[in-house]
Design a protein around this ligand. Structure first.
Ligand code: DX5
Ligand code: ZN
Length: 217
C-alpha cells in the first residue's frame, strides 16, 4: 500500500472525557475515519480504562469506524459484548489468548473485523500462522497500558517483515502501529508500509484540528 493511503486513528485514551462527544465530532469534521478505542482490564496491563458502556454511548452519535483494541486477559469472554456495543473491528493480544484461531473465527462470525496485536518484545513470527486469517496486525511500539510514551524504533523491523511477507504471499491484512506516533515520526513510519497509525497524545494534546493538520503536512 502506498504511503498516501495511510490513516490516522486517534486513540480516545488521550481525550478529555468531559467533552468526549465534542472531541469526536471535531475528529469527524477533520476527516478522520477511524477511532482507536483502548480497553484495559488492570490485569493484562496495569491500568484500567473503560469498557462497553462508553463504546455504546459514543456509538449513538458517531459513524466512525470503531477500532477496538482489547488489552485484556481472555478476551473471548467479551467479544460479543463489544460487538453489541458498536465495535467494527476487534483486536486481541497474541499474548492474552489461548486459542487464537477460535477467537478469530468467533469475531468474524459476529460480522466484524479481527486483528491480532503483539507487544514490543513478542517476535513477529508468532503471528505468521494467522496472517491469512486476520484483517489486521497491530504492532505495539510502546509497552501497552499507557499513552504518552516514546516510540520504540526497533519495532519498525517487524513492520518491514510484515509488509514483505504480505507482498510475497499476496495477502491483504492491514498493518497498524500503536504508541508514540507524532508529527515528527509519522511519515517515516508510514513509509515502512503501515496502513493505520494510532495516535493519542499527538492528536488530543492541544488543538485537535491544528495537530491533525501538522501531522498530515
Ligand atoms: C497504549 C495504547 C495506545 C496509546 C497511544 O497501551 O494502546 O493506543 O493510547 O497513545 P500515544 O499516542 O500517546 O502513545
Ligand atoms: Zn491501542
Amino acid at each position: 500500500m502506498s504511503i498516501e493511503n495511510y490513516k490516522i486513528a486517534p486513540s480516545i485514551l488521550a481525550a478529555d472525557f468531559n467533552i468526549l462527544g465534542r472531541q469526536i465530532e471535531e475528529l469527524e469534521k477533520n476527516g478522520i475515519e477511524l477511532l482507536h478505542i483502548d480497553v484495559m482490564d488492570g490485569l493484562f496491563v496495569p491500568s484500567i480504562s473503560f469498557g462497553m458502556p462508553l463504546i455504546a454511548s459514543i456509538r449513538q452519535e458517531s459513524r466512525l469506524f470503531f477500532d477496538v483494541h482489547l488489552m485484556i486477559e481472555k478476551p473471548e469472554r467479551y467479544v460479543e459484548d463489544f460487538v453489541i456495543s458498536g465495535a467494527d473491528s476487534i483486536t486481541v493480544h497474541y499474548e492474552a489468548c489461548d486459542d487464537l484461531l477460535k477467537i478469530i473465527n468467533r469475531v468474524h462470525s459476529l460480522g466484524v473485523e479481527c486483528g491480532i496485536a503483539i507487544n514490543p518484545e513478542t517476535p513477529v513470527e508468532s503471528v505468521y500462522p494467522y496472517l491469512s486469517e486476520v484483517d489486521m496486525i497491530l504492532t505495539m511500539s510502546v509497552r501497552p497500558g499507557f499513552g504518552g510514551q516514546r516510540f520504540k524504533e526497533e519495532v519498525l523491523e517487524k513492520v518491514e517483515a510484515l509488509a514483505d511477507i504480505r507482498k510475497e504471499k499476496g495477502l491483504d491484512f492491514q498493518i497498524e502501529i500503536d504508541g508514540g506516533v507524532n508529527k515528527r515520526n509519522l511519515r517515516r513510519i508510514a513509509e515502512k508500509g503501515v496502513d493505520i497509525l494510532v495516535a493519542g497524545t499527538a492528536v488530543f494534546d492541544g488543538k485537535i484540528s491544528k495537530n491533525l493538520k501538522e501531522m498530515r503536512r
